[in-house]
Design a protein around this ligand. Sequence first.
Ligand SMILES: [Zn+2]
Length: 328
Amino acid sequence: MKSKYFIITIDTEGDNIWKRVITSSGMREIQTENAKFVSRFQRLCEKYYFKPTYLVNYEMASAEPFVSQAKEWLRDGKCEIGMHMHAWNTPPVYHLPFNRKGHNPFAGEYPRRILWKKLSTMTEMLEDTFGERPTSHRGGRWYIDPWYIHALLKLGYRVDCSVTPGINWNKAIGNTMYGPDYSNFPREAYFMDRKKLDKAVKQSNMANSILQIPPTIMNTALSDRLQKALENPFDIKAIAREKIWLRPNGKNLKEMLYLVEKTRDRNYIEFMLHSSELMPGGSPVFVTEQAIEKLYSDMDILFSEIGKVRTGITLSEYTSLFKKEKLK
Ligand SMILES: [Zn+2]
């Protein structure tokens, strides 16, 4: 692939899912007010000819005005609609024993026959709503496992982006289990082996496997770490753990620009954000209107830098190009 690409992924989900959904008295109500706030983001993408991939979950697959607007963007070839799975409220609803110390469950905590139904329901719902069967996916809370990947393949998916390279989610609790360990997973796109998800399949099996396109995450470079260590030698452990994501948090524009520069030779870089983060108070990170304005100002600067050297592409478009290149 001669060009360099920019992939934008938006986990499109209800407001404030950082707050636990399953409570001791059952499932709390999930609002979708942020459905009114996505169009501004789409306009920002279009300003730079970028094509976001909206990974849409259950409650957002019927949330207006997002659905009507996204149908138009899709018709005009300006975005892709993929699937995002929050297993806790996707039908059929299935009650796990309540754990006081737990949080929103990982998909892998549900019986497989239930999870299969949830995955098929979501796929059909998106196909009915948007008129196209989704082919891209990201798991809720970054969860996938070999069975899950196989199920996605059977449902017609071709690409997943749930792997967060270098990150171990072993401190993140679901209902009772802890998250996956992606510490040693590849940092760039690869066709996943279904038995060992951190390994790439042989070329002969590529046509029938899922392309993993991980979000761009980088450890701080050693020289920078040392630099910081000199500034605050007592915090060396925190420095060693530091990761830079292409994911705005209101105070990391410099880091993101640094990441863009450091990864300039990579074929693609992948941005991520939640739709709820586009609304004041939709997330714990961007609470006020000023915080949202700062977010947009940061994204504008970031996108304009990226737009100088990279072309926007959706997850599935990138997958087609990648496949062509590898199978040539
Ligand atoms: Zn999510």
